[in-house]
Design a protein around this ligand. Structure first.
Ligand code: TRP
Ligand code: SF4
Length: 405
């Protein structure tokens, strides 16, 4: 199957509604989405069910968070004219696919996802020994596979989840179907077994297929499974090919890793809501200015006359995001020679951030004043998403022989 023109390639990503977004969310992800939407057929959704996996005990502000985030998205320039914006829970097919995939997903695949243990250790105040939390990556797999996208733009921290998604799709196809160019890939995989084992594999398969020899099937399986050099994908191909064939039902997505800048928080750690070191996308200007003036700098510059090192200063990371070359040069040299003070250094930065946040706030305000418009955009996006989701579910139900009435 030849890939279509790049604009037609479907791309999907989601974000949990955690309340008002901050500059870290913007420069770390959202800004990239606003560019991708003009390059691909983009689907972006609010992962409200995912928010429940860690925040199940207090759902009182979820609705507010959902709409705040949608407005943040629109305010930064996500364009409902080109991208499909929707809410996960409004497309119940996500839940259906999650359920069906749960039947074929080994527990160990979920238990070994790094975020499972990491988050449990980090969020000790929460009881995350729940079924839903363990299933987080599988719900994400359902989110993705439902739309059969080519690309999933996510940050480094989500790569393991997309990897699980690929494994789940592969297993689904192995059990219920098969992939494009299956024969060619199988041929290659068979050759990869080495001449002797390749001949043995073919003989055993033929024996099983033509004479129904169960013993040959078991021996062929053992041959494949004991081969440590095979990739997981080739192993599944060879195992699938022993018993039959079908069509590709779920497609394995690729991560679209985006090189996003490091966005430092006010204390120099990564900007994150859980650190309380953020600047909100719609924060009021006085507060933004105050926060930036107080922002952590290179501790070596205790006095105005002490030179500093921008590489040790989070303000410098912000310059790299916001300032042009000339300003960066000025800041870098002024810092190292103590030619400028930290407040001088921050001044052009504060201007840029204030300008950005003022613009976002103004556009957000317009959407705040027009809730019907926002509801309408989302209603339309949900409808469009559902149409795609329904098609996938038809194929899934059919492949699983669940399409009876
Ligand atoms: N887990 C993602 C995050 O925390 C959010 C998410 C949920 C997602 N479902 C998704 C991202 C599907 C990409 C695709 O950022
Ligand atoms: Fe940081 Fe600028 Fe101060 Fe240097 S002068 S320490 S880069 S704020």
């Amino acid at each position: 199957m030849m890939p279509g023109p790049i604009q037609n390639r479907r791309t999907l990503s989601g974000m949990r509604p955690t309340g008002q977004l901050h500059l870290g969310n913007y420069h770390g992800a959202l800004k990239n989405w606003t560019e991708l939407q003009y390059q691909y057929d983009c689907y972006f959704f609010v992962a409200d069910w995912h928010a429940l996996t860690t925040g199940y005990d207090d759902t009182s502000r979820l609705e507010e968070y959902v709409w705040t985030m949608v407005i943040d998205w629109l305010a930064v320039g996500l364009n409902p004219g080109v991208a499909t914006l929707f809410i996960q829970s409004r497309v119940p097919e996500h839940a259906e696919l999650h359920l069906l995939l749960s039947m074929i997903t080994p527990l160990s695949w979920l238990e070994r996802v790094p975020s499972y243990k990491d988050q449990q250790e980090q969020l000790v105040e929460k009881d995350l020994a729940t079924y839903g939390f363990l299933g987080y990556p599988l719900l994400q797999s359902a989110d993705i596979l439902l739309y059969r996208p080519q690309f999933v733009p996510v940050g480094e921290d989500q790569v393991a989840h997309v990897e699980v998604t690929r494994e789940v799709a592969r297993r689904f196809n192995h059990i219920f179907g098969r992939e494009p160019e299956f024969e060619q890939k199988v041929e290659k995989a068979i050759k990869g077994l080495g001449a002797r084992n390749a001949t043995l594999y073919r003989t055993l398969r033929k024996d099983f297929q033509e004479k129904g020899s169960g013993d040959s099937l078991l021996r062929a399986r053992a041959l494949v499974e004991s081969n440590a050099r095979l990739t997981v994908a080739d192993r599944d191909r060879l195992l699938g090919f022993l018993e039959g064939s079908g069509i590709a039902i779920l497609t394995e997505p690729e991560v679209l890793l985006t090189s996003t800048p490091k966005v430092p928080g006010l204390d120099g750690r990564k900007m994150s809501k859980s650190y309380g070191n953020t600047i909100g996308l719609r924060e009021d200007i006085d507060s933004v200015t105050r926060k930036l003036k107080a922002m952590q700098t290179d501790p070596a510059r205790a006095r105005r006359t002490d030179p500093g090192d921008p590489e040790k200063c989070p303000v410098w990371d912000l310059h790299r995001i916001y300032s042009d070359d000339a300003t960066q040069k000025w800041a870098n040299e002024g810092c190292r020679s103590a030619g400028i003070g930290c407040l001088d250094c921050k001044k052009p930065l504060i201007e840029k951030v204030v300008e950005e946040i003022s613009g976002i706030s103004k556009r957000a305000q317009e959407f705040e004043e027009n809730p019907e418009l926002v509801r309408g955009i989302i209603a339309e996006g949900c409808e469009k998403a559902r149409t795609v989701a329904r098609e996938t579910m038809d194929a899934v139900r059919q492949a699983m022989s669940l399409n009876y009435r």
